[in-house]
Design a protein around this ligand. Structure first.
Ligand code: ADP
Ligand code: MG
Length: 336
C-alpha cells in the first residue's frame, strides 16, 4: 500500500513535469520500475528510442549491483561477507559516500542500514518504533570509520552494513544521462523516483520546468525550477513513513540519534550539475535542518542550490536559484 502510494505520487510528479508544454517530433517516452520506484525517461531526436533503451539497461544493471535488498547484489553480499572486492561502480559510490559523510559532518551516512532495518523500512519488514536498546545496538556499527577501503577491497566492521538508497538513484541518473548523450540524444528529461535529470534543454532551446511537490498535497506543486543540464532531487518526510500512536515516523534517519530526523523540514530540493551529490545532499540537508543547511550553503554555494519547505509551510531558496525558482507563494532568499 505504502509502495503503491509512493508510485502514484511519482507518476503524478512525472506527469506535472511532462505536461510542461512539450509535444515534439521523434519523442520517445518510457516508463519502468527499477530501484524500488517508478522511473520515466522522455528523449527527443531520431536516435531517442535506442538511446533510452540503453539508458534503461544501465539503470537496471546498477540496480542489480547496488540494491540493499536484492539477493546477490554486490551490496547485499558485502553486507553479509563484510569483506569483498567490489566493482568499479560500487567502489566509486562507497568512496564518494565516505567523502560526503565528512563534508556533511555525518548527516549523510550509508552505514545507516541496521537502523533502517530496525525501523522496518525494507519491504517485507513491519514498520515499528524500535526499543532504545535495539537502537543502541544498531548504532554500534554506524559511522564512516567502520567502512575501510583498500584498493578495490571494502571491509566493514562486524556490526556494519551499508544502504546506498540515498545516492544510488543519483548515481544512476548521471550514468543514464551520459549514455543518452553518447547515443546521440542532446535533449531529454528523466525522473527516477524523486530524482529529476535534465539532459540539455528542451528541443526548442528553452529550459525545462520542474515542479516541486507540495509536501502537504502531493497532487499540487509549491513552485517550479527552470533548469537545463542539471539534476533536481527532493527528499521529504512525506515520501515514505508510518504512523504509530498519532506520531509520524519517516525513512530519513539522523544516525547521531538513530531516530527519524526531526529538523523542522518537510522537504528539501537540491539542484546541482552533480547528480550523486544532489541526491546525497537532499538527504543530508533534510537531516541537518534549515539553520545548519544555511551555514553549509555559505561554505559550499558553488556545489549546489536548494529549496527548503519548513513544517510551518515557509519556503526558503538559496540565492543562486533566484533566477530559476518561481512560486505563487512568498519565499525567503538565503544569501551566502
Ligand atoms: P528516496 O530515496 O526515498 O527518494 P532519499 O534519497 O532521501 O529519498 O533516501 C532515503 C533513503 O536513504 C532511506 O530509505 C534509507 O534507505 C537511506 N537513508 C536514510 N537516512 C539516511 C542518512 N542519514 N544517510 C544516508 N542514507 C540514509
Ligand atoms: Mg537522497
Amino acid at each position: 500500500m505504502k509502495l503503491l502510494r509512493k508510485s502514484c505520487i511519482l507518476i503524478m510528479t512525472a506527469a506535472v513535469i511532462l505536461s510542461s508544454g512539450c509535444s515534439f517530433d521523434s519523442e520517445y517516452n518510457c516508463e519502468f520500475f527499477a530501484m524500488d520506484t517508478v522511473m520515466t525517461i522522455s528523449a527527443y531526436g531520431s536516435k531517442s528510442e535506442s538511446a533510452v533503451k540503453a539508458a534503461q539497461n544501465e539503470i537496471n544493471r546498477l540496480d542489480k549491483l547496488l540494491s540493499v535488498q536484492r539477493e546477490n547484489s554486490e551490496i547485499y553480499r558485502l553486507n553479509r561477507l563484510k569483506e569483498m572486492t567490489v566493482s568499479e561502480d560500487t567502489l566509486t559510490l562507497i568512496t564518494r559516500s565516505k567523502e560526503i559523510y565528512t563534508l556533511t559532518d555525518g548527516a549523510f551516512d550509508i552505514s545507516c542500514e541496521p537502523l533502517i532495518r530496525e525501523w522496518g523500512f525494507y519491504s517485507g519488514l513491519e514498520n515499528k518504533v524500535p526499543s532504545q536498546q535495539a537502537i543502541e545496538n544498531a548504532l554500534k556499527g554506524v559511522g564512516a570509520a567502520h567502512i575501510n577501503i583498500e584498493n578495490s577491497r571494502v571491509k566493514l566492521d562486524e556490526n556494519t552494513s551499508l544502504d546506498l538508497g540515498a545516492v544510488a538513484k543519483g548515481y544512476a541518473s548521471r550514468k543514464a544521462s551520459e549514455i543518452l548523450k553518447e547515443n546521440g540524444v542532446s535533449s531529454a528529461l528523466m525522473s527516477l523516483g524523486g530524482n529529476v535529470r535534465a539532459v540539455g534543454s528542451k528541443p526548442d532551446g528553452e529550459s525545462w520546468s520542474v515542479a516541486i511537490t507540495n509536501p502537504d498535497d502531493n497532487s499540487k506543486s509549491i513552485g517550479t525550477l527552470k533548469i537545463s543540464d542539471k539534476a533536481v532531487v527532493t527528499s521529504g518526510g512525506y515520501q515514505r513513513y508510518f504512523e504509530e500512536n498519532g506520531q509520524i515516523y519517516h525513512h530519513i534517519i539522523d544516525t547521531k540519534t538513530g531516530h527519524p530526523a526531526d529538523s523542522g523540514l518537510k522537504s528539501v530540493t537540491v539542484v546541482s550539475e552533480d547528480d550523486t551529490l544532489a541526491d546525497a545532499l537532499s538527504t543530508s540537508l533534510f537531516v541537518m535542518g534549515l539553520e545548519k543547511s544555511k551555514e553549509f550553503y555559505s561554505q559550499n554555494s558553488l556545489l549546489f542550490g536548494a529549496v527548503f519547505i519548513t513544517h510551518k509551510g515557509e519556503i526558503f531558496v538559496t540565492d543562486n536559484l533566484n533566477d530559476s525558482f518561481m512560486s505563487k507563494q512568498d519565499f525567503e532568499v538565503i544569501s551566502v
